[in-house]
Design a protein around this ligand. Sequence first.
Ligand SMILES: [Zn+2]
Length: 428
Amino acid sequence: MIIGIDDTDSNEGMCTTYLGALLLEELKTCGTVETFPLLIRLNPTIPYKTRGNAAVALRIKTGCPEKVIAHVLSRIEALARMECEKTNPGAVFILEKDYEKLRPVLRNFLEKAVRDVIEIQDAKNLISEYGISSKGFKNGRGLIGALAACGAMLNLEVWEHTFEHLAYRQKERWGTPREIEKESFFEADRKTYPETWDTVDLKNRLIVCVPHSADPVLFGIRGENPIIVSEAASLIRAEPVERSAVYRTNQGTDMHLLPAVNLAEIQDMHSYRLEGTVSAVPKTIPGGHVIFPIRDTEGNGIDCAAFEPTKNFRLLIRKLRPGDKVALSGSVNSGTLNIEKIEIKTLAPLYKEENPKCPSCGKNMKSSGQAQGFRCKKCGTQAASKIICEIKRDLEAGSYEVPPCARRHLAKPLVREQKSDLKIHPAR
Ligand SMILES: [Zn+2]
């Protein structure tokens, strides 16, 4: 059977993946785990999400599904942060006999949960229409992620996946500062990048894979396959690890992005890959955010932003000028695209007027007075007017991304994009 669980965490603690890791061990008495557990990130723009908007699915072979269901529900009741207003757990159980029937239905549901907005009632309707065994706690919002995670498990071959090795803290340490040897994270990164990513942020000298909240996660190493993430994890020196688990995930895949044909169709709470032409010089607004507008060929426009947390990425964005052709990916909220990646396709030529140069000595001519033209004082050569010359742009065409410290879970790092026709500048 497949078990989907979502929304057991709060901003203060717990993590649905920790519950998943516990269940992996505890459910061994009821059957055998068939494949990697899943960690599925849903639409990152949803405002009522808990921290990471992640759901979990497990698949086990069992002869006693009733016992499994009872155990999972009792663990959610015991561990979920029910007191938090935003924590509304959901659990869904798909029996093996229903796999074929539910595969296409839950594939659509998964894609919608990652790219679009689903109401709780939509999830409840689907559950009752297909007679799916489930339990929603409080308002039951977690049923959405739980169904989506089951959909991902039933359709492993239709979505791109990566892996994350999650190490968890001993319970008595939860809420206390994490004891880690920082240098070991840089070492693990040196030895396994680019097959692992977002362990550290080299430019900003930050460790990215260690959370700061009171949850049970000590660190999480993301990478291309289960072997490399565990190899990197084995290089980490830190406080004792209570348990760890390797999850298969949709992180780092761009699964959230919709292609936008034109800018008129852009909606809040969705994420896109879109193209346009920069239509004004980027502005820095209070808070250090950098904003610029783009337009498409039909004249529709949208504001694009590199927010303060994107750090050095903003230096690049400030160099854009009207006429530059760009492709962007990111999420839209309040009518503004939060940039995750930018491909600068062509740079607009930029000109300035200059005094002409003397053809004999090469020095700049001086003005002979208003409307009098220009002359070289030394050689006596003359010219009628200023010349227009192209300014060399301090920017190269190519692909750029926000640094690892600002990356969205779902955003695909450039280092994973193997397109040889692109000039790529990974944020290292
Ligand atoms: Zn001269």
